[in-house]
Design a binder for this molecule. Structure first.
Ligand code: GCO
Length: 461
């Protein structure tokens, strides 16, 4: 009897620990043997930079994030670090011309930005022509500077009225989102060659419904599953509908997927491995499977039980956007309200966010997403580094990993550094400095960081 039990435990152990390793093994290179100047990028490779409306524009007073920034919990605390509010942010709404000039100085040829749904459709079904006109002018200015505009339709924020209808918790609201997307597409599809539908479904669903650190601040795993499902379905419907609009066949449309790996803090530890596997299923593998096969299923007994299928999903991306920053190393916690934690290993270099510098993970993520068989754009990659003492080497190492993945067959067409300038970093407020340009939020002055010159040099080469 005891022998049988021990055997079963060993088999489970081997299945979990080995299964994990075989699927997406954790990788570490010996950087001493690597020549960081050994970079090869294809001809016509697109170099760019990225931002999002709520983080830079200022004056977003009508969306779920605005409301969240004003809110307080039961202890009268703001959900945002140092009680920050997005407020005027980088005032990009008024300073876009000067900001486009900054892109020219960098040498980037493409710019990924998002439009603010709550400004364009301030009330359900009512579109603001002046706002659309303003975006039209921004797009013209981008093109006028010799830069290609790439437009994201949905980057975490939606109008308060949409939230009050239940947001993406309810599948019947997808049609409302689709109407907004069609409207924007029909305004700009003649001038914008590449479109991102939705940014990081998995990040929004887990932050908003699992950790509860983003609006609406719920902690309900069942809703995580539901919202992922609805956002995936929204992507497919929007893609299918936009492809049928004028210019639909001329432009490229795709989803933006974030990959964070959830590696076991201790590679040999059974619980660390199981936690990593569960997190990876929700965050990565269930979504990638849907994009590849049209079948979506997450079953975590007692927590999430959701399934969905849409046979159109595998043919609903002209490209896939990949956002990559790092991996999380996960371990259990002996605390009933928080069952696990992410802990940076002592031999890794931290960024200012709660994760490390991990270029090998960038290589892994690219090779993994390459299995979708689609052209890939790196729609975001960057580092929060206030001291600016890691940015330069971050850029060199991550671009080395990118170049190596391309050498090994990944179909990567372009790279967008996150972000053009410091901006409102969601629950971290203004504390995280992701910008190639440093922003003084008192004077709105922008200054190129020293570390960013590495990106400038590599582009010019
Ligand atoms: C995200 C978003 C960006 C972030 C960036 C840095 O990944 O959360 O796409 O809006 O600002 O990733 O964290």
């Amino acid at each position: 009897m005891t022998v049988a039990i021990i055997l079963i435990i060993l088999v489970v152990y081997a299945m979990v620990v080995l299964g994990f390793r075989i699927r997406d093994p954790e990788l570490h290179w010996n950087w001493r043997n690597i020549d960081l100047n050994d970079l090869t990028f294809p001809k016509n490779f697109v170099w760019g930079t990225a931002t999002a409306s709520h983080q830079i524009e200022g004056g977003c007073h009508n969306n779920n994030w605005y409301e969240w920034e004003q809110s307080k919990n039961e202890n009268e605390e703001s959900p945002i670090l140092k009680e920050a509010v997005s407020g005027e942010a980088c005032d990009h709404w008024n300073r876009y011309e000067a900001d486009i000039e900054l892109m020219k100085q960098l040498g980037v040829k493409s710019y990924r930005f998002s439009v603010e749904w709550s400004k364009i459709e301030p009330e359900n079904g009512q579109f603001d022509e002046a706002v659309l006109q303003h975006y039209s002018e921004i797009i013209n200015a981008i093109i006028g500077a010799g830069v290609e505009p790439v437009l994201t339709l949905y980057h975490f924020t939606h109008p308060i009225w949409f939230k009050e209808l239940g947001g993406f918790e309810k599948s019947e609201n997808i049609a409302i989102f689709q109407r907004f997307c069609e409207r924007v597409f029909n305004e700009f599809s003649g001038r914008v060659p590449r479109w991102c539908t939705i940014n990081e479904i998995e990040v929004e669903a887990t932050q908003s419904y699992f950790s509860g650190t983003w609006p609406p601040g719920k902690k309900d795993p069942a809703l995580v599953g539901e919202v992922i499902k609805n956002l995936l379905e929204a992507h497919v419907r929007v893609y299918q509908s936009l492809k049928k609009q004028p210019n639909g066949d001329k432009v490229q449309i795709g989803l933006v997927k974030n990959i964070f790996q959830f590696d076991p803090y201790r590679s040999w530890h059974l619980i660390d491995n199981i936690l990593g596997l569960v997190m990876d299923t929700v965050f990565n593998s269930a979504i990638l499977r849907f994009l590849k096969t049209g079948k979506f299923r997450i079953l975590i007994p007692g927590l999430i039980n959701v399934s969905h299928s849409n046979p159109k999903a595998p043919a609903s991306n002209d490209f896939i956007g990949l956002n990559y920053y790092s991996h999380f190393t996960i371990k259990p916690r002996l605390n009933p309200s928080e069952l696990f934690e992410f802990k940076i290993r002592s031999n890794e270099t931290p960024t200012d966010m709660e994760y490390s510098i991990y270029p090998e993970g960038f290589y892994r993520a690219i090779m993994r997403i390459n299995q979708l068989g689609l052209p890939i754009y790196i729609t975001e990659n960057g580092i929060a580094d206030k001291a600016d003492n890691r940015r330069g080497s971050f850029i060199r190492q991550y671009l080395y990993a990118l170049s190596r993945a391309i050498g090994d067959g990944a179909r990567v067409k372009g790279y967008y550094y996150w972000s053009l300038m410091d901006n409102f970093e969601w629950a971290e407020g203004y504390e995280m400095k992701f910008g190639l340009y440093e922003v003084d939020f008192e004077t709105q002055e922008r200054k190129l960081r020293k570390g960013s010159q590495v990106y400038q040099e590599i582009i010019s080469r």
